[in-house]
Design a binder for this molecule. Structure first.
Ligand SMILES: [Zn+2]
Length: 457
């Protein structure tokens, strides 16, 4: 992980809105959050954590708004204590996918819940399968080598999680996972302090996935960045339900891509027409396509292009929870509908998010001492795994001047630099991602890493 500076929270939500909507919604539970740019309502202290509710299993929508839930869960049975054998297995950390040092990679930490000591082996295969689901979706597929995936074994005394199959099923599990959170069947909540205690055992988590030992549809997006552990968010998912993985990917659209929801609430009072300022998120706008093009704003560089989720990029009315007054880039991207790909502006934002956490050059030769004639400067550069075969552009510079003959190489011998004086020189390698999937120059500038050494005869 890399330190993230100046994070901007695009969405502001508050209890006042929740109360208003609770009164308005027949079910009184599916509470849309305030959209980007809405007037800040005061956040009630100690009122729990805000999570995104996944959309219904057969309903199409990726989400059903947000709700505040107790940080420490609600239904968890008091842990009865582990046996000595169980304790010995508890807390083991393994690097399931190893693509390099944690400091240079996007580190995903998967913790299982509702797995007994005897089921840990299956937890590992479940974690691998869930990661395969994530990396089947672009741009994860192309950039899969920028990620490490860690598993942390959490031993539960009972198999399965609370609320499965019915609300009255209560199990003693390591993380206190439970369906029927806030009376919503598919909302799968956890005890966040317990999750954090396991996440802390793995190095430098950027993203956390809690995998419940269950085949019941559900999940939740905890997209508040962790102040103590540094991760961007927690997604919960049931291991045995294929749509749960899609919920988790949608949630990373918020946590990594800083994307807005592209779904909306038709017929919900207060969400019929958006009249606020331009939202902060890159995939939500109050501008029509014509005005966006004229003002060169938001996703104007993609207007008219064919998008992987189908159709062409335009300004489709409805999004950011509002039925009118806000526009989304395509009709049905993953930020609106589960099982779809990200749209072009979404892919661009996700790639920006990947590079925010991952470095594309890892020096293999130490950079803290001067390299001499007998030394070679070596660097590791991750391979991209996209269908087009495109790779990062690797270039070498001596005292700021490019050495064209070394382009594409990951090692250069000092002897091949043809140094002819006794001065100390600066040798630099850069790896640059020139993906056509990024058109915003502000993001493009961030798709580059470098390492440098001092060299002399
Ligand atoms: Zn969402």
């Amino acid at each position: 992980m890399r330190p993230v500076r100046g994070r901007v929270r695009g969405r502001v939500r508050g209890p006042a809105l929740r109360a208003a909507l609770a009164a308005a919604c027949a079910a009184a539970v599916l509470v849309p959050s305030a959209p980007a740019g809405a007037a800040a309502a005061p956040r009630a202290a100690g009122a729990g954590i805000e999570v995104e509710i996944p959309g219904p299993e057969h309903g199409g929508d990726a989400g059903s708004g947000h709700i505040r839930v107790p940080a420490a869960g609600a239904r968890a049975k008091t842990a009865g204590g582990l046996s000595e054998a169980e304790r010995a297995a508890d807390g083991d950390v393994a690097k399931m996918i190893d693509n390099g040092p944690a400091g240079d990679r996007l580190d995903v930490v998967v913790v299982g819940d509702g797995y007994t000591a005897g089921e840990l082996e299956r937890f590992h295969s479940d974690a691998r399968q869930k990661w395969d689901e994530v990396t089947a979706v672009e741009p994860y597929t192309t950039y899969r080598n920028l990620f490490n995936v860690w598993t942390v074994d959490a031993v539960s005394r009972e198999s399965g999680v609370s609320g499965d199959p019915a609300p009255d099923a209560v199990r003693d599990t390591a993380l206190g996972s439970y369906f029927w959170c806030e009376e919503i069947e598919r909302l799968l909540c956890v005890d966040q302090p317990k999750v954090d205690a396991y996440v802390a055992k793995a190095p430098e988590a950027d993203l956390v996935i809690v995998l419940a030992n269950s085949a019941k549809y559900g999940g939740a997006g905890y997209n508040e960045p962790s102040a103590t552990l540094g991760y961007e968010g927690i997604s919960t998912a049931s291991a045995g339900h294929p749509k749960s993985g899609q919920v988790a990917i949608h949630e990373t659209g918020h946590s990594l891509g800083k994307l807005a929801d592209e779904y909306f609430y038709a017929g919900v009072p207060d969400y019929e027409k958006y009249t606020g300022p331009e939202p902060a998120e890159s995939n939500s706008s109050a501008l029509t396509a014509d005005r966006m093009a004229a003002q060169r704003a938001k996703w104007h560089r993609w207007l008219g292009e064919t998008s992987p989720d189908g159709g062409t990029v335009g300004a489709y009315e409805g999004g950011g929870y509002f039925a009118t007054g806000l526009y989304r880039p395509t009709d049905n991207s993953l930020m609106r509908v589960l099982g779809k790909p990200f749209n072009l502006p979404g892919v661009e934002a996700m790639i920006g998010g990947f590079h925010r956490h991952a470095r594309t050059v890892t020096p293999l030769t130490p950079t803290d001492r001067t390299l001499r004639l007998r030394h070679t400067a070596k660097a590791a550069v991750p391979r991209l795994a996209g269908a087009d075969g495109r790779q990062l552009l690797v270039r070498w510079y001596l005292d700021g001047r490019e050495l064209k003959r070394f382009e594409g190489r990951t090692e250069v011998a000092v002897a091949d630099l043809w140094l002819f004086d006794l001065r100390t020189h600066r040798l630099k390698v850069t790896a640059e991602d020139r993906t056509p999937a990024v058109r915003d120059p502000g993001i493009a500038r961030t798709l580059r890493s470098e390492a440098q050494w001092q060299v002399r005869l």
